[in-house]
Every structure is written in structure tokens, then in C-alpha cells.
Ligand binder design. Structure first.
Ligand code: FES
Ligand SMILES: [Fe+2]
Length: 359
């Protein structure tokens, strides 16, 4: 693996944006240790149902707030009270704002600096998301809506947890413009169109191609519309007999290391999906996961690529890497990188390549 500095991405080690930090099932009243952006954190659900993400170590004497099973704070079920979390060591209790609001044995009010760092989280579409910003600013764009989740005709996704990957997220994001791998890795054939649109914090890929195994009956090419909202959330819509909506989320754990999730929702004819619909949707999700695993295996074993060796017919890796830098630099500079990347790029070498036709 290589680091953000080695890729020359910018001033910040970690990107700014909305990122997945777990599934809804990960957040319970039993606090869970997690690690993202080089920090140990604790994820828990308060008794109100709200989800919180706080730093893992108690400001009093550094105890880990989640990793304990034997203290009476845990066994007497005082770990989470209301929306507060209590430290297993001396029982200091911290509120939803991170501020210590109870020291069971001290007559003095808790000191102001007894405060846990905490992050803005949202729960949506069965996932927990956090806003990460090394400058500490408010979100500069909205978390996607995932509007078909819980809607009639849609089978909700079940999240596949792919786990940690020893790979800088740059290599994963590169995939958006990587026209050349689609045939060898995924079995795409007879590519009709490969187009990328960079639009401020978003990048889109439109792919129309046949497929060795997936393409619709009759060999009709299918169109995939795939986009990133910010640096860590990819969605893809595949139009076919059963329209589907895919999620791939990746979040830095440490510099050059990420956690990855995958999921797929499928649209069915019945307003309320039947058991058969659900089984079919799970089959689709398996096939989608298998396709994603083809990328995952490459990433898990490759050496870092600090500078792609580009040839005619490759997608716009150079633009992609400029686009990605907006998230690693102060937000005041984001516009600079957006201006350099924004626009539409149609890659060469498709079966009706407009340039080859002109030539
Ligand atoms: S270390 Fe947490 S209360 Fe003392
Ligand atoms: Fe891929």
C-alpha cells in the first residue's frame, strides 16, 4: 500500500465527505469499537434510537469506552443510559454532545475539558454514515437519499461487509474511468459507449456494452449508469428486466487502508415483494457481489500505481486524479480542482468510436 502523500493528493491525509461507518445492525446499545480515519472510535445507539460516534478513549485516564465485558458498569447495564455512554473504569458518563455530565463519586461538576470528540452521523437506507472533514466544517453537500429504499416494488438490500482492504482508496476510485479493465475482468463485450462526466463533487460513468454472461437475452447491450457522490459513496443503476440499484461504499481506516461494503436493491413487479421476489433479488445481489469481487481481488494483490501509464483508449485517469484531489485539500481550494476536471469525456476504442468514424 502507498500513502496519500505518495499519491500527491493534497494537504490532508484523509478525504472530506460523507462515508459509511457501519450497517444499522452495527449500532446497538452495546457500544462497538470501530476505526476510521486513523482514529479509534465507538459507535452506539442511544435508548432514543439515535446513533452516536465518539472517540474511543475516555479523557479521564484513557480507557477504551467499548472494549470491556467485565466491569460492573457493563454487567449492571449502565453502559448506555438514555443517549449517554458511561466509561467502564471510573464510571464517568458522557452525553450526546460528548460532554461529561456525571462523575459518580465527585461532588464537583465535571470539568469542561472532559469532553469526547464526536462526529456527525446519519442513519439512512440501513446504513450509518458520517461526515468527515479535517477542517471541522459542516457538510458541503447532502448525503444521497437512496430514495427507493423501503419503497413499494423494491426489495431492500442486505449489506455485504467485504471488510478491510490494504489499498489506498485512490485505486478504488480509479475504477470509475477504467474502461480497459471491463472486458478482461468483468467480461464486457462490444462496448458501445464509455463516457465520464465530472461535475463538481460528483463523477458519473455511462457504460453501454454486452456481457459474456450477464447481458440480457438476445445479446442486447445493457446500460449502466454509475456515479460517486463525493469520494466514498458509489451508486449504480442497471436497466434490465429487473432494474437494480447498487451501492459500493468505502471508508479509510488508516492511510492506505479502507473498509468496503456492497449492496443491491432490485425492483420487482409486485408492489409488496413476495418471497420469490426476495429470493430472486438476493440472487441478483450475489451476482453483483461476484462482479465486484473481481475488482476486489485485483486491488487486494496489486502494488500501488502512483502514475498510470496511459495509452490511447484508456479512460481519463488524469482527470479522475485531479477530481479526487478536491477532497484532500482545504475546501477553499475545491473549486480549483473541480474547474480543472469538470466536463464530459468520451473514451476512444468503442465499437462506434466517434473519432474513428471521423478519421
Ligand atoms: S478512565 Fe474513564 S472514567 Fe476514568
Ligand atoms: Fe470493475
Amino acid at each position: 500500500m502507498a500513502t496519500t502523500a505518495e499519491y500527491g493528493l493534497g494537504e490532508h491525509m484523509f478525504p472530506r465527505g460523507w462515508f459509511m461507518v457501519g450497517t444499522s445492525e452495527d449500532a446497538t446499545t452495546v457500544p462497538k469499537a470501530v476505526r476510521f480515519f486513523g482514529e479509534d472510535m465507538v459507535l452506539y445507539r442511544g435508548e432514543s434510537g439515535r446513533v452516536f460516534l465518539v472517540e474511543a478513549y475516555c479523557p479521564h485516564m484513557g480507557t477504551h469506552l467499548a472494549n470491556n465485558s467485565t466491569s460492573y458498569v457493563i454487567t449492571d447495564k449502565e453502559h448506555v443510559e438514555g443517549d449517554n455512554i458511561r466509561c467502564p473504569y471510573h464510571g464517568w458518563r458522557f452525553g450526546p454532545d460528548g460532554q461529561c455530565n456525571d462523575i459518580p463519586y465527585s461532588p464537583a461538576p465535571p470539568p469542561k475539558k472532559a469532553c469526547l470528540k464526536n462526529w456527525q452521523v446519519e442513519e439512512k437506507a440501513g446504513c450509518i454514515w458520517m461526515w468527515h472533514d479535517e477542517e471541522g466544517g459542516e457538510p458541503e453537500y447532502d448525503l444521497p437519499n437512496f430514495e427507493m429504499y423501503d419503497q413499494p416494488h423494491w426489495v431492500n438490500w442486505e449489506i455485504d461487509v467485504l471488510g478491510e482492504l490494504d489499498c489506498h482508496p485512490q485505486e478504488v476510485v480509479d475504477n470509475m474511468v477504467d474502461k480497459g479493465h471491463l472486458g478482461p475482468v468483468h467480461g464486457s463485450m462490444d462496448m458501445v459507449l464509455f463516457e465520464n462526466v465530472f461535475d463538481d463533487h460528483c463523477i458519473r460513468q455511462i457504460l453501454t456494452a454486452g456481457h459474456k454472461t450477464l447481458a440480457g437475452s438476445g445479446g442486447e447491450p445493457m446500460t449502466n449508469d454509475t456515479w460517486y457522490t463525493g469520494p466514498g459513496i458509489l451508486q449504480s443503476v442497471m436497466i434490465g428486466e429487473f432494474p437494480s440499484h447498487m451501492l459500493i461504499a468505502h471508508t479509510p481506516v488508516d492511510d492506505g487502508r479502507i473498509t468496503v461494503w456492497h449492496a443491491l436493491m432490485v425492483k420487482v413487479a409486485n408492489q409488496t415483494p413476495t418471497e420469490e421476489d426476495v429470493a430472486m433479488a438476493r440472487g441478483y445481489q450475489q451476482a453483483s457481489l461476484a462482479a465486484f469481487s473481481q475488482d476486489f481481488e485485483i486491488w487486494a494483490n496489486k502494488r500501488p500505481c502512483l502514475n498510470p501509464m496511459m495509452v490511447k483508449g484508456d479512460g481519463p485517469f488524469d482527470k479522475l486524479r485531479i477530481w479526487y484531489r478536491q477532497f484532500f485539500n482545504p475546501r477553499a481550494r475545491a473549486g480549483e480542482f473541480q474547474k480543472r476536471a469538470n466536463g464530459k469525456y468520451v473514451s476512444r476504442g468503442t465499437i462506434n468510436d466517434p473519432w474513428d468514424q471521423v478519421a
